[in-house]
Design a protein around this ligand. Structure first.
Ligand SMILES: Cc1ncc(COP(=O)(O)O)c(C=O)c1O
Length: 416
């Protein structure tokens, strides 16, 4: 891989032959016949929703991540809402979170009428920087909501300690990180509550779906009620006990996950270990190939950092462009990679830069605050395709296209 071709290949964006004939997406699900049979079996059963598959999925999931309780939700977003409710967030309260995430992480705070307070991220992992978090803690802080960006666990011990000192809870948005390990433990059994998403691009899918894991039985009970209108018992339990009586004890929602979805989740869980192993293999191949690029191109690309004691789950493989070493900006390089039929993406526009957040907080004293690490990273980020069913050829196509495009845009004046 290290020898430089004498003549540069013409980019597809300039009329050359694309590296691939068909677009390789940045992420996609993989379902097999056992998944389909599991769903069909439920479709023929008595329970399409809140039947036996829900409890079975929750129990197996809790055991897999190493938590005492797992409560399923209709999406990761609904699960986040559940955690914001369960930790008691309300008007006047604050939750500290990261701007480098999908907007749902911060939106759950707004759903509860509380205020999200952003703190900047660390340059290597783009995860919440505990130092920046400690500067934002106040008597209003009820929660710290960390995100395991791209599947790399946040600094859970330090953030947990900060939360404890302020009698706040640590919520971990592990939507990217099912199977990631932090200091020898899987995420899901570490924070006060951990949220997962089962959207199709994730490690395990139920179509839409989410889960909260916790080892606190009271939080688990609140989450169960919240996802079921705030009702104190479930319809199936009442039917089996021959009883009709129920009471609504808090204002909840219908955020239930169906038996159809849970059957798919149980079936997908069987392949989670092999899916994770494949993602780790792909990340290792990308790392090795990109470290072996010719010097000028090598200096134009930063691969994702991995901290000591962490085993990421690799939901994404976000590289950062060293724009000073390139003759084009991120937008053109993005278009060039797309023209090669590599389905790159960008994760994320920092949450505070979305129009809704700008408008809503424009009169707040915080509207002038900047988050330099997240904002700078956003200008440089490109997520390369990463999903467990990528073939060896798919991976090599991505490497080929990245090298082809970066060699074209390499700034030879700076790099030589
Ligand atoms: C970090 C993060 N949090 C929350 C969510 C929301 O999950 P869902 O799409 O299951 O509602 C996502 C979804 O992509 C996400 O990436």
């Amino acid at each position: 891989m290290s020898s430089s071709p004498t003549k540069l290949e013409t980019l597809a964006i300039h009329g050359g032959k694309p590296v691939r004939e068909r677009l390789l997406p940045y992420g996609r699900q993989s379902l097999d016949d056992s998944d389909i049979s599991a769903v069909v079996e439920v479709l023929k059963s008595d329970w399409l929703t809140t039947g036996p598959k829900v409890g079975e999925f929750e129990e197996r999931f809790a055991a897999w991540v190493g938590a005492r309780h797992a409560v399923s939700f209709s999406s990761g977003t609904a699960a986040l809402h559940g955690t914001a409710f369960a930790c008691g967030l309300g008007p006047g309260d604050e939750a500290i979170t990261t701007p480098m995430t999908f907007c749902a992480t911060a939106n759950c705070v707004l759903y509860q009428g509380a205020t999200p307070i952003f703190a900047d991220v660390s340059p290597d992992t783009l995860n919440l920087d505990p130092q920046r978090v400690s500067e934002k803690l106040s008597s209003h802080t009820k929660a710290i909501i960390a995100v395991d960006y791209a599947g790399h666990p946040a600094e859970l011990n330090e953030l947990g300690e900060l939360a404890k000192q302020h009698k706040a809870l640590l919520i971990e948005d592990a939507s990217h990180a099912l199977g990631a390990e932090y200091r020898g433990k899987r995420v899901g059994g570490i924070a006060d509550m951990t949220v997962f998403s089962f959207h199709p691009v994730k490690h395990l899918t139920t179509g839409e779906g989410g889960m909260v894991t916790t080892s606190d039985p009271r939080l688990a009970e609140t989450l169960r009620r919240f996802r079921n209108h705030g009702i104190s018992s479930e319809a199936r339990d009442r039917q089996e006990a021959g009883q009709w009586f129920y009471e609504m004890v808090l204002l909840g929602f219908n955020y239930r996950l169906t038996d159809i979805a849970c059957a798919l989740g149980i079936s997908q869980l069987e392949r989670l270990n092999s899916n994770l192993a494949r993602r780790r293999q792909i990340a290792a191949r990308y790392d090795a190939a990109f470290r072996d690029l010719p010097a000028g191109v090598l200096s134009a690309l930063n691969v994702p950092g991995v901290r000591e004691g962490v085993n990421p789950a690799w939901h994404l493989y976000p590289v950062r462009l060293n724009l000073e070493m390139l003759t084009a900006g991120r937008a053109e390089i993005f278009r060039a990679l797309r023209a090669e039929n590599i389905g790159v993406n960008v994760h994320y526009i920092p949450v505070h830069q979305h129009p809704y957040y700008r408008e809503r907080f424009k009169s707040s004293s915080r509207s002038k605050e900047t988050y330099p690490v997240a904002e700078d990273a956003y200008e440089r980020l490109v997520s390369l395709p990463m999903f467990h069913s990528m073939t060896t050829q798919d991976v090599e196509d991505v490497i080929h296209a990245v090298r082809k495009v970066l060699e074209h845009y390499e700034n030879r004046v700076v790099s030589r």
